[in-house]
Design a protein around this ligand. Structure first.
Ligand SMILES: [Zn+2]
Length: 352
């Protein structure tokens, strides 16, 4: 009897070992599926947003064909340039123009004229006594404003008119979405730390005229829809998302190295796959890690929804003790950032 049990256990363990060995190469892929499932949930949540009642720009903006991508906004009497404050929320492609002594209904009392080319929606509301004109744009715009004789003039400028190249950088996860957790270290914090190191490098680069937009530079968690829309609405030349990997089981293993996901449905000449390869080469070299290779990533929402060349860099494995120590050190976070920076420059060399 005991021998039978022993035999059964031996056979069972044998089968288990074979199963693990056979599926082992797919473990990173399984992690990808897990990420995709969580992303789908996040997207569903994000879709339940509160709707804001807004005006039709064509009704409230008096068309003036002499003005192109410019608005002329009448200001309440006595206001000067110093009274007006602007907020340009790139992530939402929404601008807020705030002024003191807000009236109840701006559109009833004042006029607005010009071209509403980039304006998808317009609203007015009062907040703490201030009047706020809120404009939803159909793309990321930079603004230029002047005040003259009681009117505010706002120019809407395509980032590509200002910058030679436009890049969108995404630090994975954020806030309650912590990503992988290992030894009390959250993936979201490492992703952000690497992106902030990259920001330091890009901010210091005054030679290349690169416009950079970030999905987050703090512990926030923009929806996946917003993250990818920032890249699409900025018509970014490159969209790079920074993440870190973990084994499928979440247990500490020997598996380590850099891996980059790309969109297999992007068959353009300057493809997502080529961008991913550039990122893989430069990041694994700078981060001194094993290059594991590329992985098709259309299961991931931000990859399949990107209309611009996209690469999702899994810098290293948090489930590998040595790599976790590197990922958690400022020295290697900076090295990973340097690798991404070099990859960006190389991509532009290649014509992206
Ligand atoms: Zn991640």
């Amino acid at each position: 009897m005991d021998k039978k049990v022993l035999k059964a256990v031996t056979v069972f363990l044998g089968i288990l070992t074979i199963l693990v060995c056979v599926t082992f190469p797919f473990f990173p892929k399984l992690h990808t599926y897990a990420v995709a499932a969580r992303e789908a949930r996040e997207t569903a949540r994000a879709n339940e947003h509160i709707t804001i009642k807004r005006q039709d720009p064509e009704k409230v903006v008096e068309a003036d064909n002499s003005m192109s991508a410019q608005l002329k906004i009448e200001l309440p009497q006595g206001l000067t340039e110093q009274d007006i404050s602007f907020e340009n929320d790139y992530l939402d492609q929404t601008i807020y123009i705030r002024f003191p002594n807000g009236v109840d209904d701006y559109f009833a009392d004042y006029s607005m004229s010009g071209s509403s080319d980039h304006i998808a929606g317009i609203s007015y509301y009062k907040e703490n006594g201030d009047g706020v004109i809120m404009m939803e744009l159909d793309q990321v715009c930079e603004l230029q404003d002047t005040v003259d004789s009681g009117y505010l003039y706002v120019n809407f400028i395509d980032p590509h008119e200002i910058y030679d190249k436009v890049v969108v950088i995404d630090a994975g996860h954020g806030a309650k979405a912590v990503g992988a957790v290992k030894q009390g270290i959250y993936e979201k914090d490492i992703d952000l730390a690497i992106v902030l190191e990259l920001k330091k490098i890009l901010d210091a680069d005054t030679e290349d005229n690169i416009g950079v937009y970030y999905t987050r530079t703090d512990d926030s968690d923009p929806s996946l829809e917003k993250r990818v829309q920032l890249a699409n609405k900025a018509k970014a030349d490159l969209f790079i998302s920074v993440h870190n990997n973990s084994s499928a089981s979440g247990k500490m293993t020997g598996m380590n190295g850099t891996q980059v996901l790309y969109s297999e449905s992007d068959d353009s000449e300057l493809s997502s796959q080529r961008l991913a390869q550039i990122c893989l080469d430069y990041v694994s070299s700078a981060f001194e890690s094993t290059s594991i290779g590329l992985l098709p990533g259309d299961d991931i929402y931000i990859i399949r929804s990107s209309e611009v060349p996209v690469a999702l860099v899994e810098v290293g494995f948090m489930t590998n003790a040595d790599e976790l120590a590197k990922l958690n050190s400022q020295e290697y976070q900076a090295k990973a950032a340097e690798g991404i920076y070099e990859a960006i420059k190389q991509a532009f060399e290649e014509g992206y």
